[in-house]
Design a protein. Structure first.
Ligand SMILES: *[C@@H]1O[C@H](CO)[C@@H](O)[C@H](O)[C@H]1NC(C)=O
Ligand SMILES: *[C@@H]1O[C@H](CO)[C@@H](O)[C@H](O)[C@H]1NC(C)=O
Ligand SMILES: *[C@@H]1O[C@H](CO)[C@@H](O)[C@H](O)[C@H]1NC(C)=O
Ligand SMILES: *[C@@H]1O[C@H](CO)[C@@H](O)[C@H](O)[C@H]1NC(C)=O
Ligand SMILES: *[C@@H]1O[C@H](CO)[C@@H](O)[C@H](O)[C@H]1NC(C)=O
Length: 702
């Protein structure tokens, strides 16, 4: 199989003459960093050891919060851009590693050799009215930062007429067709925002005959020359090792293997600034604009083309094997070391990454600092806590996916929960997603953490009084590192962030200064995320009974089923699912009752370790029941039948992805009804498996 590089060490493969120097500056940075840390770590009294009560732990954890340390960590992490697979990215891995080591935590660096993608050359010019305009593609003053590009875009040159296709959805192409506008062979200008992945946008454009795609994100006045980088790869993880880990000597598919090629779009694409896109769109004529687009288009848009403007589009990139690094810190559980509570955040960034993702990394580092203080006061969690710093998330959740694939069987039997934070802070307001058995815990924890934007309120109080109320989203998205844990491994998961839609997303302006000036001037929101994230993990690792409530899962499943019933023809029966939910609900009730009894025994001083363990295993494993070995049709890697990718048609249902897919793909076709009914049965069996796991009995009916 072709391998352009052996599994090289990035340190050695990039400019050997600077290696020593950069290693040196890295060590220097690392030692400054740890010096700085020691200064802030003030162990509580070493005298009183052993079992702090959970209340005392919580109080101690909360009282050690510090916005200055978080700000310092963020500053150190974002001094240089650190794109996955590059030298500065390895430096951030070593920074995180040395931080964990300086806290006396057991720390590990591990690597994978994966297919990444980098730009070599791109250019774009427009030709209209015999004037040629050459666009400057990178942001001004952004020399350190990688040129704007779409990772894994094929290379290509196209000289053709420009046409505007709005968000590039099916309905947009339909509207164009209705106006008689042909996009065949054109360079399409697409704006982001149609709730589709970049891959889906480019793939749809190719299907409609477009020759190349220019993508932009509409921006406020101050950010008009920012460009949104991103991946256009479909699916999760290293394309050369689908389903298994990309360790150095792993089996690898060839670059031209159909399973590899299908992960990438067939036509080239590149991102541009909204300034560039607007300049092109001002020159489009044709007078035609679909009625339904008018409300949201800028007033200067007189027509959508095609032409008369022609675009000369060139993108040349390379795909190559590169080494990526995950970093871990492990706090070994004292009573159940073989049960894992995982906290994860990615570290790699398109540019400086102050929001995305290092607001999360700085927060994770501060949680490590605070756990280390607890450890110094004699605490060890009951279960093992693992802090995970992932690499190459931006390319397609690669670091986390490879790790999950490598440890699948262990996670299957031992992982209690995964708590993800990607962009910890983008602005104001808590946004949370979770699998439903974690809803109660999430709400309880927000009642203990101070709100960052008001003097006397808790996070919970402000959350409850916000527009959406205490709204917990579900994790059907596939855009961060919880996806492999939940969708592939069936591990109950949470995803947290502050703020929504920040203007510097994936641009060269995502810097420490932006965070300081706009995102979180006093780092109070970072502190709130650290409080919630850290306390969630403390409960999951230390509560004698794992704090899962499956009754809320049952009620969520019921809601889904009743919404679904309105969409289906009467000849299709949802009865298998309704019946399975009944079993699931009964099992959830039984588990709740048992948990209550065991907690009472616990308060009365009866320790029943084996009973607790048995119940905890049922609580931990129930989520795995939703996994199906056949997975979702056409994307078998996604095995979770309740939450998973569902982007078919313009479906808004965010659950039961395999049923949704069958409805939108096969309704009206011969055999379509049977297909939908089959998917309903599969989901029902998944819910039943979860019920059995939660119930804990082998179902033997004699
Ligand atoms: C990657 O990990 C392997 C196995 O632990 C190790 O032998 C190798 O030296 C590491 N490579 C790099 C580049 O860090
Ligand atoms: C780490 O352990 C060493 C030796 O036991 C101790 O001197 C140091 O204070 C510890 N550091 C932290 C941050 O706990
Ligand atoms: C191009 O030239 C034509 C004819 O001179 C003129 O009407 C039109 O406004 C020009 N278009 C642009 C975008 O300058
Ligand atoms: C298009 O751009 C490429 C690369 O910059 C250049 O070589 C080529 O001559 C241009 N073609 C036209 C028709 O302007
Ligand atoms: C930390 O918060 C205090 C206010 O509580 C503020 O004065 C200080 O500037 C903040 N530090 C940073 C680094 O923002």
């Amino acid at each position: 199989m072709p391998q352009p590089f052996p599994s090289t060490i990035i340190l050695a493969s990039t400019a050997p003459s600077c290696t020593l120097l950069s290693l040196f500056s890295c060590i220097l940075l690392v030692s400054l960093f740890s010096l700085h840390l020691h200064h802030h770590v003030s162990p509580l009294s070493q005298q009183h050891h052993k079992s702090l009560s959970l209340d005392a732990l919580t109080a101690s954890f909360l009282s050690s919060s510090n916005n200055n340390t978080i700000s310092d960590y963020l500053h150190s992490l974002t001094l240089h851009p650190h794109l996955a697979g590059t030298q500065p990215s390895l430096s951030t891995a070593l920074l995180v590693l040395s931080h964990f080591i300086s806290l006396n935590l057991s720390a590990h660096l591990s690597n994978y050799t994966t297919l990444l993608s980098y730009p070599l050359h791109s250019s774009l010019s427009s030709h209209s009215n015999s004037t040629t305009t050459h666009f400057s593609l990178p942001e001004p003053h952004s020399n350190d930062v990688v040129s704007p590009y779409h990772a894994y875009s094929p290379s290509g040159s196209v000289y053709s007429t420009a046409v505007f296709v709005n968000y590039g959805r099916d309905k947009d192409y339909n509207a164009l067709e209705a106006l008689g506008v042909s996009v065949k062979g054109c360079v399409a200008i697409v704006r982001r925002g149609g709730d589709m992945s970049r891959n889906a946008v480019v793939t749809k454009a190719a299907k409609n005959g477009v020759a190349a795609v220019v993508m932009y994100t509409e921006a406020e006045a101050n950010y008009k020359n920012g460009v949104e980088r991103g991946t256009v790869m479909d699916g999760m993880g290293d394309p050369l090792t689908p389903g298994w880990a990309s360790v150095a000597d792993a089996e690898r598919l060839g670059f031209d293997d159909p399973d590899v090629v299908k992960r990438f779009p067939a036509i080239p694409s590149m991102p541009v600034s909204s300034e560039t896109a607007e300049e092109i769109m001002r020159t489009l004529e044709g007078g035609r604009v679909p009625e339904e687009w008018k409300g949201s288009l800028k007033s200067f848009v007189k027509g959508i083309g095609p032409g008369p403007t022609k675009l000369n589009f060139t993108y040349k990139g390379e795909k190559k094997l590169a080494t990526i690094y995950n970093v871990f810190a492990v706090i070994r559980g004292s009573e159940e070391p073989d049960r894992y509570v995982l906290l994860g955040n990615h570290r790699d960034a398109w540019t400086y990454g102050a929001v995305d993702p290092n607001s999360g990394t700085a927060t994770l580092l501060d949680i490590a600092r605070r756990y280390s203080i607890l450890k110094n006061s004699g605490w060890n969690p009951r279960r093992t806590i693992v802090l995970c710093s992932w690499d190459a998330e931006e390319f397609g959740m690669i670091g986390s996916t490879e790790w999950v694939e490598q440890n699948l069987a262990t996670l299957d039997s031992k992982a209690v929960a995964y708590i993800n934070v990607d962009c910890a802070v983008q602005g104001p307001g808590l946004f949370a997603g979770a699998t439903p058995q974690l809803d109660d815990l999430l709400v309880e924890v927000t009642k203990k953490v101070k709100d960052p934007d008001s003097e006397y309120a808790t996070v919970y109080e402000n959350w409850a009084s916000s527009n959406g109320g205490v709204y917990i989203g579900r994790l059907d998205r596939v855009d961060s590192d919880f996806a492999p844990f939940l969708h592939h491994a069936g591990v109950p998961s949470i995803d947290l962030y502050y703020g929504k839609d920040f203007p510097v997303y994936h641009t060269a302006f995502d810097s420490y200064n932006w965070m300081r000036n706009f995102g979180d001037p006093f780092f109070q929101r970072h502190m709130a995320v650290a409080g919630i994230w850290g306390l969630l993990a403390l409960h999951l690792a230390d509560d004698p009974i794992i704090p899962f409530n499956y009754l809320s899962y049952a009620s969520q499943l019921k809601d889904y089923t009743s919404i679904l019933s309105n969409l289906l023809e009467v000849s299709i029966s949802l009865y298998p699912i309704t019946a399975a939910i009944q079993e699931f609900e009964a099992a959830a009730k039984k588990a709740e009752d048992e948990a209550k009894k065991l907690r009472e025994h616990e308060t009365n001083g009866y320790n029943m370790p084996l009973k607790k363990r048995a119940l905890n295993d049922r609580l931990m494993l129930a989520e795995r029941g939703f996994l199906d070995t056949e997975g979702i049709q056409g994307s078998r890697w996604f095995r979770h039948l309740v939450y998973g990718p569902h982007r078919v048609g313009e479906s808004r249902l965010s659950y039961f992805p395999s049923i949704v897919k069958a409805i939108f793909q096969s309704a009206g076709l011969p055999g379509g009804q049977a297909e939908i009914q089959h998917e309903i049965w599969r989901v029902a069996r998944g819910i039943q498996r979860a019920a059995y796991l939660l119930n804990g009995e082998i179902n033997i009916k004699l």
